[in-house]
Design a protein around this ligand. Structure first.
Ligand code: ARG
Length: 359
């Protein structure tokens, strides 16, 4: 399944036949992933528990959907996946398959046989299935939106993640990188004036911002299966685009819109993380997000320097900020009487409560 990860798909095909497959499909789902999944992650500022841009979580329902399409075409009676019983991915795969093909059986051999990671690796070795050195050391999942890294050596959250775990965010360039990101209806459409289709724009930012060492996440995460784990990610484009999008939203929305939007952002992120892509509420949240993102137009100027990101400025035709109103030097000034009246009534609830309580 090509969801934008830098894999060698002909090697994967060879491996499938080596493992005993009778038929192999390579499915290109890059555009669909960018347009129907990642675009909403941007519109809804998807950061699970404030940190994880949901890269792995987002791709799972799409992978399941494509697997179901193949299963239907081949009249297969079962779909197999490699998840164990300890991860979130099994929940996402199983629920997506159940939603789309309730009569197809789900086989998860690693879960059935209760295999540990070491047992999986030695099983692969015994069966002559090649596993790259990188994958032998860490459990890695990659797609257009990010790279997830897990592993025995880094499961202790106090351990500093070794440099060899990282691939997308090696600091190859010093200095500052200035970028101008243009948004239309909440989705980025150009970088430094150059228009790009969404998946190309994301790839471009991953490589460019990643080469400055930007885009790492290291946090302790609440899994859906009942326990905490240390999780490490590389997602330069995701972090950059979500930060820029959040900034533009603050420029445009009314205070109530902004507050409401943060509520639906976190609802949507939680639902996606928890494997509930097919929960009916998701599309309701997305329609609402589309409605609110109609006004998210304009440009954000950002600067990347090493692991740091700074917003340098923003501009929007729907900006709620009026210099005429806010400037300390010109334009509108409320009179002393207006200000006093407002403050008096604004604070009245609290001041009155203090008085009756003798405080
Ligand atoms: N903790 C992340 C999630 O649940 C990453 C999962 C990575 N998956 C993997 N097979 N390494 O979305």
């Amino acid at each position: 399944m090509d969801v934008g990860q830098p894999d060698d798909f002909s090697a994967i095909e060879k491996r499938a036949y080596a493992a005993g497959s009778s038929k192999h499909y390579t499915v290109d789902a890059k555009q669909e992933f960018a347009r129907e999944f990642v675009s909403y992650a941007i519109k809804l500022n998807a950061l699970y528990e404030g940190s994880y841009p949901l890269s792995t979580a987002l791709a799972r329902p799409l992978i399941a959907k494509k697997a179901v399409e193949v299963a239907k075409r081949e009249e297969a009676e079962a779909i197999a996946h490699g998840s164990t019983s300890k991860g979130n991915d099994q929940v996402r795969f199983d629920l997506a398959i159940k939603a789309l093909a309730p009569n197809v059986r789900i086989l998860a051999p690693a879960r059935v046989w209760g295999m540990t990671r070491e047992e999986e690796l030695s099983f692969a070795k015994a069966k002559g299935i090649p596993v790259t050195a990188e994958h032998a050391k860490y459990s890695i999942d990659e797609n257009l939106w990010g790279r997830s890294i897990e592993g025995e050596d880094i499961s202790d959250p106090s351990v500093v993640v070794p440099e060899d775990a990282f691939l997308w965010t090696k600091r190859l360039r010093e200095g500052k990188l200035e970028l101008l990101i243009e948004f239309k209806e909440g989705v980025p459409i150009s970088v430094n004036g150059e228009r790009m289709e969404l998946s190309a724009l994301i790839k471009y930012l991953n490589v460019l911002a990643g080469s400055y060492g930007f885009g790492r996440v290291d946090h302790v995460e609440n899994r859906v299966v009942g326990f905490k784990s240390r999780e490490v990610y590389e997602a330069p484009a995701a972090l950059l685009l979500i930060s820029s999008h959040i900034d533009l939203e603050k420029t445009v929305y009314t205070p109530l819109e902004l507050r409401f939007k943060r509520e639906i952002d976190s609802l949507w992120s939680d639902l996606v993380y928890r494997g509930l892509w097919f929960e009916p509420l998701r599309t309701v949240l997305e329609r609402t997000a589309n409605e609110l993102n109609r006004w998210i137009e304009g440009e954000v100027k950002v600067e990347v320097e090493g692991p740091g990101l700074k917003i340098l400025g923003r501009r929007s035709q729907f900006s709620g900020l009026s210099e005429e109103i806010s400037s300390y030097n010109k334009g509108w000034y409320p009179t002393d009487e207006m200000a006093r009246g407002f403050i008096e009534m604004w604070g009245l609830h609290s001041l009155h409560a203090l008085r009756v309580r003798g405080m």
